[in-house]
Design a protein around this ligand. Structure first.
Ligand SMILES: Cc1cc2nc3c(=O)[nH]c(=O)nc-3n(C[C@H](O)[C@H](O)[C@H](O)COP(=O)(O)OP(=O)(O)OC[C@H]3O[C@@H](n4cnc5c(N)ncnc54)[C@H](O)[C@@H]3O)c2cc1C
Length: 413
């Protein structure tokens, strides 16, 4: 006979959207469980650069775009959490850098200088005038460009995921990617609308009934929408081809300003050992590199680094690339959405955060959706409290812990 658990909410997908929402819902008093068919930490989330954007890079066109407006508040919200005074306690998360740098290879155009000095940008960017204040890699005598400091932190994504996992014990269930999930609508009018049968290939299948389903499966949301017979919202996927180089590299978090509104290169640094670091390269190069093979993307990256940091010694570096797709709500012209998507219909919320930085907004919108559906947290005395204890008794396996791209790559060129 199948065992049955009755959480209020089941979340599908353990990237930042799923893990942050799980934590926020549990803290609000809901009983929530999360199902994952690969690894904890997600696909896009683990591939991300960990930058808590405040939207500055979206203002480089000279216009305060919708993207820039809506994301502006995010660094402060995250900083509160990182300092233990926000909605979630993220004090164990490792902050790789409190800020980043914007740099140019030569003199910036006057319009960009005016923009960076403008009132709108004053809270976001400060000019770094003295060479000895530059990041180490830009202190070279041949550097003739300009440097700005950007007040947006960069996080160690693995430590963020581990922190969220620790905040939500006995709540993460591994399911088989092929056969792990079957969802039935019990009744539109029943409080427990959905019955899920889950399987991990080892234990006897488990039944979950819940009042609300949250789809935070990234690119996997499309298949889940089809399974549930839902046609809205529609997804778009925008691919990236990121680059990694490893060796004796200095620590650097910076965006190289190019001619377009997207940074030519965005560099973040990740430690492998006391002497070896990875530089993870995104920005325009990852967008245009989608059509390049691994070899030509690496060659292109070598040429770009030689052009923008010619004094950087690239001998003895080892190289790899990482392909990943960004999953979002479809936009006209397949442009980047300005806002996170939380689309709720008949007990199902479909989520694409658009940016890691928007995770707190996603959780707030979900809590509002639950209220609108008149699903309220249960009182402390309710039997649901035992869902986590009962789950721990089934000895159901937890999805594997996160591996970052540079930990997953086995072949470096
Ligand atoms: C290369 C790159 C760099 C980025 N850099 C930044 C950055 O620096 N700052 C920023 O703010 N944003 C950044 N972003 C955007 C940000 O990473 C994403 O918006 C965010 O991580 C998406 O999180 P998610 O939880 O929706 O999806 P994901 O992280 O993709 O997680 C989805 C999870 O769902 C699981 N899943 C799929 N199907 C199922 C199923 N049927 N059942 C159960 N589970 C399922 C998957 O295995 C996965 O674990 C970047 C994105 C990319 C790709």
């Amino acid at each position: 006979m199948l065992a049955t658990l009755n959480p209020d909410v089941v979340i599908l997908g353990a990237g930042i959207a799923g893990l942050w929402s799980l934590t926020a819902l549990q803290q609000a008093g809901y009983t929530a469980l999360l199902l994952e068919n690969q690894q904890l930490g997600g696909t896009q989330t683990l591939a991300s650069q960990g930058i808590i954007h405040g939207g500055t890079k979206y203002t480089l066109s000279g216009q305060l775009t919708n993207s820039a407006q809506s994301i502006k508040a995010m660094p402060a919200i995250w900083r509160n959490c990182l300092h233990g005074i926000g909605s979630l306690n993220l004090t164990p998360v490792q902050i790789l850098s409190k800020s980043q740098h914007l740099w140019s290879t030569g003199q910036l155009g006057s319009s960009l200088i005016t923009l960076l000095a403008s009132h709108a940008m004053q809270s976001r960017v400060t000019s770094v005038a003295a060479n000895n204040q530059y990041p180490e890699i830009l202190q070279h005598p041949d550097f003739k460009g300009q440097v700005y400091c950007l007040d947006e932190p960069v996080l160690n994504i693995a430590s963020l995921i581990h922190t969220l996992i620790d905040l939500t014990p006995n709540s993460h269930l591994q399911i088989n990617p092929e056969t792990g999930l079957d969802v039935k609508l019990i009744s539109e009018n029943s409080p427990y609308k959905f019955e899920l049968t889950i399987d991990n290939g080892t234990n006897a299948p488990l039944k979950l009934t819940c009042k609300h389903l949250v789809l935070t499966a990234g690119i996997g949301n499309q298949a889940l929408l089809t399974m549930l017979g839902l046609t809205k919202p529609v997804m778009q996927a925008r691919p990236l081809h990121m680059i990694m180089l490893r060796g004796n590299l200095p620590s650097f978090y910076g965006h190289c300003l190019g001619v377009g509104t997207n940074p030519r290169l965005t560099i973040t640094t990740h430690s492998l050992s006391a002497t070896e670091r990875v530089w993870y390269l995104g920005g325009q190069i990852a967008e245009t590199g989608v059509k390049r093979s691994v070899e030509s993307q690496i060659t292109y990256a070598k040429n770009e680094l030689a052009a923008v940091l010619p004094w950087l010694n690239l001998t003895n570096m080892r190289w790899a690339t990482w392909r990943v797709e960004r999953a979002e709500q479809r936009q006209p012209g397949a442009i980047r959405p300005d806002q996170p998507c939380v689309y709720t219909q008949n007990g199902v919320s479909v989520v694409w955060p658009t940016k890691l930085a928007f995770a707190p907004v996603v959780a707030d919108k979900l809590l509002t959706s639950l209220n609108q559906e008149q699903i309220y947290p249960r009182s402390e005395s309710a039997p649901s409290i035992s869902v986590y204890t009962r789950l721990s008794q089934y000895d159901w396996p937890r999805p594997p812990l996160p591996k970052l791209p540079w930990e997953s790559i086995t072949e470096w060129n």
